[in-house]
Design a protein around this ligand. Structure first.
Ligand SMILES: [Zn+2]
Length: 282
């Protein structure tokens, strides 16, 4: 089978396009990675090239040794993925040490994988350890979530609580909550380590004044998670545009009441008793 006829490639490209139309991918912003299943890579083997140069990942991901990934290209625009996927995305293989990669398909006009490859692979590695079904890591620049990083404290528990309160679906969709990485230089190992520390336990990491990372078991779940957080962030931006205090909201025991019916365990760290009714005060 040709790569672009495979369901995983179609799902990958659709997610890029959907993200662009949400307005989350200005210019070359954002990146997406997918850890390809064994049977999926076997089905497209005829199109893979194994003679490319091996290059350093920039970090070490031994638990991903020998695996294949579909990733967006560095400097490539999400809006172009639909019209020419083979020029804007690629399939890479990680070597048996987990330290180098080889491009085996795609980026036909040249280029390299996303500059955030260390973050993507380190996140995929910690996610695989906590749940082998997690295969997708997605990074984008959603405006409302970014806006909140200027007015809420950069504390994951506070961020989670304020965003949870904006929509009942939020604690059901991400009961473990959200982590926050303070401003750091993107593209390197340091921010990759900080993000993967969050992804050991949580599916969402916000990069202050930059954007968001989400992981999930498939494209629908990961895109839906990003969409849910950003929608709730939009509601919070609207509320904060009207007032810095809420008249009423979802209270801690109301969140706890969701555990049974939805089979979840909401993160108790985020259900602190508030000392103030001012939004963002702990
Ligand atoms: Zn970014």
């Amino acid at each position: 089978m040709r790569v672009l006829d495979s369901e995983f490639a179609k799902g990958f490209c659709r997610m890029c396009v959907d993200g662009f139309y949400q307005g989350w991918h200005e210019r070359n912003g954002g990146n997406l990675s997918y850890r390809i299943k064994d049977e999926e890579i076997a089905s497209v083997k005829e199109e893979l090239k194994e003679d490319g140069e091996w290059k350093e990942i920039g970090t070490s991901v031994p638990a991903l040794a020998g695996e294949y990934f579909m990733v967006t290209g560095s400097g490539k625009y999400f809006r172009n993925v639909e019209i020419d996927p083979a020029a804007n995305i690629c399939i890479i293989k990680v070597d048996d040490k987990g330290e180098n990669y080889q491009i085996q398909w795609g980026l036909v006009n040249g280029g390299r994988p996303t500059s955030e490859l260390p973050s993507h692979l380190m996140n995929l590695e910690v996610c695989k350890k906590r749940n082998p079904e997690i295969r997708v890591v997605y990074h984008c620049h959603p405006a409302n979530t970014i806006a909140l990083t200027f007015v809420l404290p950069l504390d994951g528990d506070v961020f989670t609580r304020e965003i949870w309160e904006m929509a009942t679906e939020c604690p059901v969709v991400f009961p473990d909550g959200i982590g926050v990485v303070p401003w750091m230089v993107p593209g390197g190992r340091e921010i990759a380590v900080a993000t993967s520390e969050i992804m050991k336990k949580q599916d969402v990491a916000i990069w202050a004044h930059h954007g968001m990372f989400a992981c999930g078991t498939d494209f629908d779940i990961t895109f839906g998670l990003m969409h849910t957080v950003e929608k709730a962030a939009e509601v919070l931006v609207k509320v904060m545009s009207m007032t810095d205090r809420k008249r009423q909201t979802i209270e801690p025991d109301m969140f706890r009441a969701l555990n049974g019916p939805f089979g979840i365990k909401v993160n108790e760290n985020c259900l602190y008793e508030k000392k103030s009714d001012k939004i963002g005060e702990k």
